[in-house]
Ligand binder design. Structure first.
Ligand code: KG4
Ligand code: ZN
Length: 347
């Protein structure tokens, strides 16, 4: 008997639904919310309202693409945590209503576990145990994965996430939200060694990006004259803007180069300490072309088997919730209709 999971993701500003049969993704429908662009960040209230508008057509289309009639569904999986509470509530309530109406089991999924397990979607999967560098807008973690249900965070950021480092840099450069993909685009034709930004000295496998953010701020305020902390800025607004306009590609390439080196140096250390050689990327920032190519290069050099999910499974999507739901179904790991979402959750 095959197992058919309908999955719903609504943790932030993407409304997504997916159908998965026996671990194969049949649809992954994503509605992006463009309403936030003009505000330079996600506005939680607007995100919840957009999820309310999107959720019925998004689920409907996912079922149609998969050619899946409602009675064929065996369980409904949904993102229970972490995320924006109003956004999570929309997906949770919708999933609960469907489970009640169809009399099917409900599966609560942790968004960060799902990012890691996105690596189990393709036929070519990592072997257990594997390590996963999960880099998103809200998280930066190195996760040791011994089975689909046994995951342990062995390193994480003590301040900003890697995605925030990209997005905040973009904001300082006057680029619209989310700026990560734009930095990636401009970096493609820039010189990554033109400007030097500091690498933080953080013990163990943890990360920090706040010092880098401050150094970029001072660097830009000084129009590239110095990225040392200075009380008085050397440049006026017009000079700063001219400097950014004339050097945008090199600035983006140099910042990206440093973010990538911070991430990969810790990943290399984690691999050496654990002896694990199947290594994965996950999360929205793993769509970054600089990170992807440097990761592949490092993997070759270190003798790793490297895995990166397809682009559509890197940023927020319901297919990763569906694959996680599938493995939870196999373990009969169901929740009840009394379940509530939680904005912050450790695992
Ligand atoms: O995983 P995700 O879609 O959502 C969260 O769970 O946070 O990650 C979103 C983050 C944003 O910070 C976005 O700027 C970043 O991923 N991102 C990128 C790229 N594509 C998405 N950062 C750098 N380069 C990219 N190509
Ligand atoms: Zn995410």
């Amino acid at each position: 008997m095959s197992i058919c999971i309908l999955a719903i993701e609504s943790s932030c500003d993407e409304t997504s639904a997916s159908v998965c049969v026996d671990g194969k993704i049949l649809s992954n429908n994503i509605a992006n919310q463009t309403v936030h662009e003009r505000y330079g960040g996600v506005i939680p209230e607007l995100a919840s309202r957009a999820h309310m508008q999107n959720i019925v057509p998004v689920v409907d289309t996912a079922l149609q693409i998969a050619n899946c009639p409602l009675p064929a569904i065996d369980a409904i999986a949904f993102t229970q945590a972490p995320g924006l509470i109003g956004s999570l509530l929309v997906g949770t309530q919708f999933a609960k209503s469907m489970a009640l109406a169809l009399d099917k089991p409900l599966i609560a999924v942790h968004h960060m576990q799902a990012h890691v397990l996105a690596n189990l979607i393709p036929d070519h999967k990592p072997n257990f145990p594997f390590l996963c560098l999960t880099v998103s807008g809200g998280h930066t973690q190195i996760v040791r994965c011994d089975s689909p249900s046994q995951l342990q965070v062995i390193g994480e950021t003590i301040d900003d996430a890697a995605g925030e480092a990209f997005d905040k840099t973009a904001k300082m450069l006057g680029l619209p939200y989310p700026g990560g993909p734009l930095i990636d685009k401009y970096a493609a034709t820039g010189n990554p060694n033109r400007f030097q930004f500091p690498e933080p000295r953080i013990a163990g496998l943890n990360f920090s990006f706040s010092g880098l953010k401050t150094s970029i701020l001072y660097f830009l305020k000084n129009a590239g004259a110095s990225n040392l902390f200075k009380e008085e800025f050397l440049a006026d607004e017009a000079t700063r803007q001219k400097f950014i306009d004339e050097n945008l590609n090199d600035i983006c390439a140099s910042v990206q180069h440093r973010i990538v080196s911070i991430l990969l140096n810790k990943l290399k250390k984690a691999a050496a300490e654990t002896g694990i050689t199947d290594i994965c990327l996950a999360g929205g920032v793993s769509a970054n072309s600089g990170l992807r190519s440097s990761f592949e290069r490092l993997g070759k050099q270190e003798g790793w088997n490297t895995f990166i999910p397809a682009f559509e499974y890197c940023t927020d999507n319901a297919a990763m919730i569906a694959i996680t739901g599938y493995y939870k179904f196999l373990e009969r790991d169901f929740t009840t209709l009394g379940v509530s979402p939680t904005a912050r959750a450790i695992w």
